[in-house]
Design a protein around this ligand. Structure first.
Ligand SMILES: *[C@@H]1O[C@H](CO)[C@@H](O)[C@H](O)[C@H]1NC(C)=O
Ligand SMILES: *[C@@H]1O[C@H](CO)[C@@H](O)[C@H](O)[C@H]1NC(C)=O
Ligand SMILES: *[C@@H]1O[C@H](CO)[C@@H](O)[C@H](O)[C@H]1NC(C)=O
Length: 470
């Protein structure tokens, strides 16, 4: 996932520039680029001995003679079966890896990739060492997965996607293009574009990194899932407009934050979802603010300031490791050794899912139903360069390109808090909380066109269910 951040403080900018000198590949997420079809099929998992707790380090695990092998059939759309006919479910996680839940255990691993020099290759028929544990999280084991060649489909066992060398934009600086802003405002009246001084003179490399990094571009996003009649009937009972910042006069959404120049949008969206859902669950008697720095420094389910995914953080990390409050590890906006105060109490989740049950099962009415019934949720969308200029209104992509600032499409994680429709035009929108500070957009929020999967915003919503902490 990409993370677009903003630099409001000059000091942060210096930190970022220094940081980039060390990170040669400022790529977001892992370089793996595996599609649903790459993953679907028969897999053999080599599973190491169980009996460990969650401190188990799987990073150097390789299946050996002491590991047992189990074969799973990953079927359409989300059914998994083992050799004894037991059933479970599975989902891909964007283009990064997949999770399987069957026989009381969960298995998650990133897809395999290798970096040699400036070339990165993903091997979608293999996984990196992953983590398996029982549903209660008491019994952990490491595993690796290998996909079996199929007899019917001509599967190419080592399908590769090479990531090409791109133009170095470290010394290309962003400069506001007023003609571009004028052109956006002339082309449409639904939203207003404006200049932001916080972007001025920022290296384009940083801006892109803020926007999730150059490898995070959505390549095989699912289309919104077909809407069933039951879902439509349920959605028809919902209010015409809804906003978790004002439910009968009560606000359940935590304050706007600023991720700065670190690709940590996924952590901010994940924390914000859990913060709001705890407020809802406790009728605002508990208002924790969770620590994105704990995620950036300590999570092996994400890539620090280089990106990550709300499914793995707001959901899986919250379930497996729990979230700590901000005071346990204050936000620094840069990578580092895990420095979280381990005596802090943790807020756990009991369950998490892609809305609809698996990646690719999402659509507008399902998002509305889950939003109103369960609370705000983490979503992601494609960022085009006109979005940076959003000042207010209902955003939809202008299709215009800023010729002077070489921008690539990135993928940004944010928090969905409400929906509505414009009084005059009837244009439907989502209300979304961003993590670029209060000066950006509509006091840190934006509205975006609803019902047409604008910028893929209706294709990958994630929700997590926090447990009552005593
Ligand atoms: C796991 O082990 C590897 C070396 O095999 C080490 O580099 C890494 O830091 C360890 N991770 C944790 C979380 O301790
Ligand atoms: C990722 O994979 C898709 C589908 O195989 C391909 O079209 C796309 O070019 C790949 N992207 C990169 C960055 O390799
Ligand atoms: C929730 O909190 C509000 C404001 O303090 C209070 O008026 C209301 O009665 C509470 N609701 C419940 C169900 O306790």
């Amino acid at each position: 996932m990409i993370c677009t951040g903003t630099f409001q403080a000059k000091a942060m900018k210096v930190v970022l520039v220094v940081l980039l000198c060390f990170i040669v590949h400022a790529s977001a997420d892992t370089p793996a680029n595996c599609t649903y079809e790459d993953i679907r099929g028969k897999w053999t998992f080599q599973i190491g001995p169980g009996g460990h707790d969650r401190t188990l380090n799987c990073s150097s695990f390789t299946g050996d003679s002491s590991s047992q092998s189990i074969t799973f059939d990953l079927l359409f759309p989300d059914l998994v079966m083992d050799e004894n006919g037991n059933k479970g479910f599975w989902t891909i996680i964007y283009n990064q890896g997949f999770e399987v839940v069957i026989n009381g255990r969960k298995y998650f691993a990133f897809s395999m990739y290798k970096t040699e020099g400036r070339q990165t290759t993903s091997y979608c028929d293999k996984t990196l060492p992953g983590w398996s544990h029982d549903l209660m999280g008491r019994d952990w084991a490491c595993y690796t997965g290998q996909k079996q060649a199929s007899e019917t489909l001509k599967f190419i066992p080592s399908k590769k996607h090479s990531i090409q060398k791109r133009r170095n934009l470290k010394n290309v600086f962003y400069k506001t293009n007023y003609d571009f802003i004028d052109a956006i405002n002339k082309k449409q009246t639904s939203w207003k574009a404006d200049k932001y001084s916080m972007f001025e003179h920022m290296p384009m490399e940083d801006l892109l990194k803020m926007a999730g990094g150059r490898n995070s571009r959505i390549v095989s996003r699912p289309k919104p899932y077909p809407v069933t009649r039951e879902v439509l009937e349920e959605a028809a009972k919902l209010p015409a407009a809804f906003d978790w910042r004002n439910v009968k006069g009560v606000n359940y959404v935590s304050p706007i934050r600023n991720q700065g120049g670190c690709g940590s949008c996924y952590a901010f969206a994940s924390m914000a979802m859990n913060e709001a859902r705890v407020r809802i669950m406790t009728n605002n008697t508990k208002k924790p603010v969770f620590s994105p720095q704990d995620i950036v420094e300590c999570s092996e389910y994400s890539q620090g300031c280089d990106g990550g995914f709300p499914y793995l953080i707001g959901g899986k990390y919250a379930e497996d490791f729990g979230l700590v409050e901000e005071s346990c590890n204050k936000y620094k906006g840069r990578d580092g050794k895990c420095s979280t105060d381990m005596t802090c109490k943790r807020q756990y989740s009991t369950r998490y899912e892609y809305v609809g049950g698996f990646f690719g099962a999402c659509n507008e009415p399902l998002m509305q139903i889950n939003l109103v019934n369960n609370g705000p949720m983490a979503i992601a969308f494609e960022v085009y360069n006109d979005f940076m200029h959003y000042k207010g209104g209902i955003y939809s992509r202008s299709g215009l390109v800023d010729k002077y600032n070489p921008f690539e499409i990135t993928n940004h994680a944010v928090l969905l808090v409400g929906y509505g429709a414009d009084h005059d035009t009837g244009e439907k929108y989502w209300i979304v909380k961003n993590s670029w500070g209060e000066l950006w957009g509509e006091n840190g929020y934006f509205r975006i066109k609803r019902g047409s999967d604008e910028c893929a915003i209706e294709s990958m919503a994630v929700q997590s269910f926090p447990m009552m902490k005593l």
